[in-house]
Write a protein that binds this ligand. Structure first.
Ligand code: BES
Ligand code: ZN
Length: 899
């Protein structure tokens, strides 16, 4: 092979125009064979054609001119094996002149032991093993199904033929509608389905499914009176009623996007398919979106309010991709945020519209902004736009930064651009439809909406450097003086400002409200300015910046935390739910980073005892307090006071709420809620906090409900099941574990099965936990797609953490063999199981493990992140407890009265 192919990228001079693809999976043997004819446009004179393939056995290659009066065959001199770049090269005997050619290849491959590319998924029904074949191609796995130009900017049209059995209602699905079925072809009991030709699209969006799944169908409205069918597919094992809710949501979501963009969904049908074995959450193949079963199927009887949110969220995310990603596609993976950031943001936006009472936009703070702000406050973070070359780098780029930070800065941008934002977005979608775009293309279009701001200059500070600022507020008589600096979870961490072109300064849209003006005002903090001043009058008592946390930054109010404390204690609802949530998250994060004292954070938290009823602030308080308590508990036994005092404090804060929420779920209340009524989501956060803090009555109740379930089969309400299973299991004799395990094995609802899996992980006995891992390793018991999650669940149980850590280190080769180093979830395993480690010994063990297995694949960044977290834990434990002690001393001796 010549030097010019020493790269992961294909030369641009050979372009695919159309693929004619024939695939014949042999479901029982778990193999497939196929033939592809690719019409290519050769732009220069050459002797070689390079394309992608991985793990395929190519049996014949034929190259022919196309469109001449008399087409002729070009002799091939050699075909290389795929290189480490997953590229193979066809060399011709004579020069190829520029022009059109048909390249035909025959090949075969395996469907077995895979969960990406073209693979086999199975399930049991009627005591029989049922087989199907399905695909997952993004980002670089189409090349495992057929030889192709597997880069997003090589868009082409696909004509697909699929072979499937004629028995048992087997049928074939692909991106387009069926044009024709030939029965008994290629031989008896087989049929060949021909699909209509696709619109021009990237290889990663192709999809082929051969299965005996069943569907539920509805009609959706396109533009100009057009109608098209939307269907939900799932296996026969899954109850039919589980398809109803996702079908309603899918129709609403696709209609919402069509209306918003005024660009029709261009395909004649939309299928949403729940696959029993699925590597990620879902995949936006054009016209045929595939899902993990738990992310699509839902019913009120068995699934919880959180399951419902997850289903809505995923459907809305994937359908947003039909425009952001499928119609307009990133040119290269560097710009992944153009796909994933937009889909993530649009999913909240659309869910908020189609289910207006569910407060999806408030949920955005905790699901999206708060989560990624933790990751992005570490030195191991990375810019949203970054060069990625190989498949491992590309896979690991599907991370919180591309999704959540991408979504957060899109929301910020929408807000400062205003109503013209969607107008511009629509022109961008129109302009680049069926083509590829880069970040600069988007900004050029957005710039047309605005003469005053330089969109690129502003946005580059957020996109092309990692991290984000904290805005410090100082009151000077009748003004507030603002300054900015980079926020890091470890405020002493050193970094080199010259490493970034923007010196870790940001152009920040600052918004604020005060007691004198509760309408949000916007001012700019330019990256080159030293400070920004907000003039106010002498009656201004408090200021709240970052209104509704639309901006991606933190705020430290310094002395001005005091009026905020008073406001929350006396008039909490003058601040919106999103603002209260923002304050709490900033308070805990700033204290953890040593930017403010825990005295401030914990004192302000006291308002929650009587004045906070809403689920979002409680979700934050709950997770922050559990985090602190977990770390404090790992202090040496010689220093138990801080943890137990913190526990008493936390139990006090939730005392009243615990009584109000109760364990009884009110099915009638779900929609509009008065600020003082108890909704079904706040219950979960409060009960979880109470259980984690060892609330005696709460734990007893969990145990009672658990025993009623285990012995009398009285099903708890789905909303509280996971808590009941987990905390119930933690409190009962371990000899009950096998009964629960049997329930788990017999369960067919995948969402319920997950809850049982979590419950089983709660047992205290390390012998049983070990046995659990051994059992779960068998893919007949726990599907490959769920095993890593199972390990993480066990490691979250304090009695299981070390056990899982040992097991993972001893079985690393097995895990790599099963998942490959390219697996995103395998990469995330290490940070997940080590996140509570807080000693030098553990840090050394981690370093030793990484040294022993230097190949990290798609997990490289996750390793850096894990080490940084553990070092941070160690540091926090050496500094924070005395400060918490100090506040506790005040709290316990001051005779503080809750008002
Ligand atoms: N495009 C992705 C699927 C994907 C994920 C491809 C990772 C390659 C690597 C899809 O749209 C997606 O983002 N799925 C999410 C779920 C979503 C609701 C955030 C996933 O699978 O995690
Ligand atoms: Zn996505």
């Amino acid at each position: 092979m010549t030097d010019k192919y020493e790269s992961f990228r294909l030369p641009k001079e050979v372009k695919p125009i159309q693929y004619d693809l024939f695939l014949h999976p042999k479901l029982k043997q778990k193999t497939f064979s196929g033939k592809v004819t690719i019409l290519i446009d050769v732009l220069d004179d050459r002797r070689t054609i390079a394309l992608h393939q991985k793990d395929l056995n190519i049996t014949t290659v034929e190259l022919k001119t196309y469109g001449l009066e008399e087409d002729y065959e070009i002799k091939i001199s050699s075909i290389s094996n795929p290189s480490k770049y997953e590229i193979f090269v066809i060399s011709t005997k004579t020069d190829l002149k520029s022009g059109l050619y048909n390249l035909s290849l025959e090949f075969d491959g395996s469907l077995k032991n895979k969960i990406v590319g073209f693979y086999s998924s199975t399930y049991q029904y009627d005591s029989k093993e049922r087989y199907m074949a399905t695909t997952k191609f993004e980002p670089t796995y189409a090349r495992q199904a057929f030889p192709c130009f597997d880069e997003p900017n090589f868009k082409a049209e696909f004509s697909v033929k699929l072979v499937c059995p004629m028995e048992d209602n087997y049928h074939a699905l692909s991106n387009m509608n069926i044009e024709n079925i030939e029965y008994n072809k290629p031989k008896n009991n087989l049929m060949t389905t021909t699909f209509a030709k696709t619109v021009p699209m990237s290889t990663y969006l192709a999809c082929f499914i051969i299965s005996d799944m069943e569907k539920l169908k509805m009609t959706a409205k396109g533009l100009k009176g057009r109608e098209f069918p939307v269907s939900i597919y799932s296996t026969k094992l899954q109850e039919k009623e589980k398809r109803e809710f996702p079908l309603q949501i899918s129709v609403k979501a696709i209609e919402y996007y069509i209306k918003l963009f005024q660009i029709d969904y261009p395909l004649p049908k939309l299928d949403m398919v729940a696959i029993p074995d699925f590597v990620s959450g879902a995949m936006e193949n054009w016209g045929i979106v595939t899902f993990r079963e738990t992310r699509l199927l839902y019913d009120d009887r068995n699934n919880s309010i959180i399951d419902k949110r997850n289903v809505v969220n995923v459907i809305c995310h994937e359908l947003a991709h039909m425009w952001f990603g499928n119609l307009v596609t990133l040119s290269w993976w560097n710009d992944l945020w153009l796909n994933e950031g937009f889909a993530t943001y649009m999913s909240y936006k659309s869910a908020d519209e189609i289910l207006p009472n569910q407060k999806y936009m408030d949920q955005f703070s905790i699901d999206v902004i708060h989560k990624v702000m933790v990751t992005d406050a570490k030195l191991s973070s990375h810019p949203i736009i970054q060069n990625v070359k190989n498949p491992d780098e590309i896979t690991s780029f599907f991370d919180e930064i591309s999704y959540q930070k991408g979504a957060s800065i899109i929301r910020m941008m929408e807000n400062f651009i205003g109503d013209d934002f969607y107008y511009a977005i629509v022109s961008y979608l129109d302009k680049y439809a069926y083509r590829n775009a880069q970040t600069v293309d988007l900004f050029k279009v957005l710039q047309t909406t605005n003469d005053l701001l330089n969109i690129t200059d502003i946005m580059d500070t957020w996109l092309r450097q990692e991290g984000y600022p904290v805005i410090n507020v100082e009151r000077q008589l009748n003004k507030f003086v603002l300054t900015q600096k980079r926020f890091l979870s470890d405020s002493n961490a050193s970094f080199d400002p010259s490493k970034s072109n923007y010196k870790y300064r940001w152009t920040v849209p600052i918004t604020y409200i005060t007691n004198r003006n509760e309408i949000s005002t916007l001012i700019w903090f330019d990256k080159d300015a030293d400070q920004v001043v907000i003039e106010v009058d002498e009656h201004t008592k408090w200021i709240k910046l970052n209104v509704n946390q639309v901006g991606y930054y933190r705020v430290n109010y310094g002395t001005e935390w005091e009026p905020i404390e008073e406001l929350l204690r006396t008039h909490p609802t003058r601040l919106s739910i999103a603002d209260r949530a923002n304050l709490l998250d900033d308070l805990y994060s700033l204290a953890a980073a040593n930017e403010i004292d825990y005295f401030v954070t914990l004192s302000i938290t006291l308002f929650m005892f009587r004045h906070e009823y809403h689920a979002i602030p409680w979700a934050i308080a709950s997770s922050k307090m559990i985090e602190i308590y977990t770390l404090l508990k790992s202090l040496p036994v010689t220093r138990p006071a801080t943890a137990s005092q913190f526990q008493v404090f936390a139990l006090k804060i939730l005392e009243k709420m615990y009584k109000d929420v109760t364990w009884t779920v009110n099915d009638a209340v779900e929609d509009d809620l008065l600020p003082t009524s108890i909704d079904n989501e706040v219950r979960i956060s409060v009960l979880e906090l109470a259980c984690a803090m060892g609330h005696t009555e709460c734990l007893q109740e969990a145990k009672r409900i658990f025993m009623d379930w285990l012995t009398l089969k009285k099903m708890p309400h789905p909303d509280i099941r996971e808590l009941v299973y987990y905390y119930g299991m933690r409190q009962i004799d371990e000899d009950k574990w096998p009964t629960m395990f049997q329930f788990f094995e017999d369960e067919t609802d995948p969402t319920e099965k997950n809850k049982l899996m979590k419950g089983l992980a709660g047992v205290k006995s390390s012998t049983i936990l070990k046995e659990y891992i051994d059992k779960a390793r068998d893919e007949k018991i726990v599907r490959t797609q769920d095993f890593l999650k199972c390990l993480i669940m066990i490691s979250t149980n304090p009695d299981g953490t070390l056990l899982v850590w040992d097991w993972v280190r001893n079985n690393w080769d097995f895990l790599v063999e099963r998942y490959t180093l390219n697996d995103r979830y395998l990469g995330q395993l290490i940070p997940a199981i080590t996140k509570s480690f807080a000693t030098e010994t553990k840090l050394e063990e981690m370093n030793a493990f990484f040294a022993k297995y230097p190949k990290a694949g798609a997990g490289a960044n996750n390793r850096a992140k894990a080490l940084e977290t553990v070092s941070w834990n160690i540091k926090w434990l050496s500094e924070a407890p005395p400060k918490i002690d100090e506040w506790m001393k005040w709290y316990f001796t001051s005779g503080y009265v809750f008002k």
